[in-house]
Design a protein around this ligand. Structure first.
Ligand SMILES: CC(C)(COP(=O)(O)OP(=O)(O)OC[C@H]1O[C@@H](n2cnc3c(N)ncnc32)[C@H](O)[C@@H]1OP(=O)(O)O)[C@@H](O)C(=O)NCCC(=O)NCCS
Length: 248
């Protein structure tokens, strides 16, 4: 399997459908990951973790011919896992995982860090309160301009796009969410308006909304989740690969 710098490969897993392969992947995880897997209280969370990390490990092992010796996964200062070849830096394989509500998304590319986020909306979330507390003034204003029927979709579009940017940088919530700005109207193309401080200018980032792709991948009518992908680099293609490719 070839990774290239102009393309992000994506795999979408469904815990319910892929329960049996998920259990088998447990044997391929590191001892630390196996310990983490056993600590989950909810079975759905445990299976999602197994699918994400297990599929990732299979992917990395298959990339071995092109990246040389595959080392171990290391955790960045804010929790982002990356590949350590022993020399202390990544050979160029970049990846990110997101899980929510029984779905798992894995993204991989070459050379530029990638961030991905998937969110299944939960009932009882105080959208306006969260927006006003965490997001930028421009985003809050744009959200208020949306027709009321689109405000929930706008909120989750914004959330996943911002979280994808934060995850590309590996910063987690140490990066203030009001320090950069993305568009949120679900009817319009997704765009980074203001880049996070100390990163390439907004026009050099690529942020893509993946929400519209999910029904097709899952064989359902309406999207059960929102998802977005971000990369501090020039426009790139993305391609969904069959889940079985990493589970069989
Ligand atoms: C940890 C965080 C990076 C993402 O958390 P999340 O959205 O709850 O979880 P996701 O499933 O999308 O991502 C978790 C995965 O991302 C990876 N990850 C962990 N820390 C990361 C970091 N700092 N940067 C990028 N990726 C990270 C890991 O692979 C992790 O899964 P794994 O440990 O099972 O392999 C962090 O941003 C966070 O705590 N977010 C809270 C969510 C929130 O309140 N968002 C506000 C709206 S933007």
């Amino acid at each position: 399997m070839e990774l290239s710098s102009d393309r992000v490969l994506l795999w979408l897993f469904d815990v319910e459908k892929h329960q049996s392969p998920a259990e088998q992947l447990a044997n391929e995880l590191s001892p630390g990951e196996q310990t983490r897997a056993r600590a989950f209280l909810q079975d759905q969370d445990r299976l999602a973790f197994l699918l994400g990390r297990g599929a990732l490990r299979r992917l990395l092992s298959r990339c071995a011919p092109s990246v040389g010796e595959i080392g171990t996964l290391v955790t960045g200062p804010w929790g982002k896992p990356s590949l350590d070849t022993g020399a202390g830096h990544s050979p160029g394989v970049e990846f990110n995982i997101s899980h929510s509500g029984g779905l798992v998304l894995l993204a991989a590319t070459w050379g530029t860090p990638v961030g991905i986020d998937l969110e299944v909306p939960r009932p009882g979330v105080e959208l306006q309160e969260i927006l006003e507390r965490f997001f930028s003034r421009g985003e809050v204003a744009e959200w208020h301009r949306l027709p009321p029927g689109l405000r929930s979709d706008g909120f989750y579009s914004l959330w996943t796009r911002k979280e994808a940017v934060v995850k590309a940088l590996g910063r987690g919530l140490s990066l203030p969410l009001d320090s950069f700005q993305v568009t949120l109207d679900p009817r319009e193309p997704c765009r980074l308006i203001l880049a996070p401080p100390g990163t390439p200018p907004a026009e050099h980032w690529t942020v893509r909304d993946l929400t519209g792709d999910l029904p097709g991948c899952l064989g359902v009518q309406a999207s059960p989740a929102f998802a977005a992908l971000a990369l501090p680099g020039s426009p790139f293609q993305y391609e969904y690969r069959p889940a079985e490719e990493l589970l069989a």
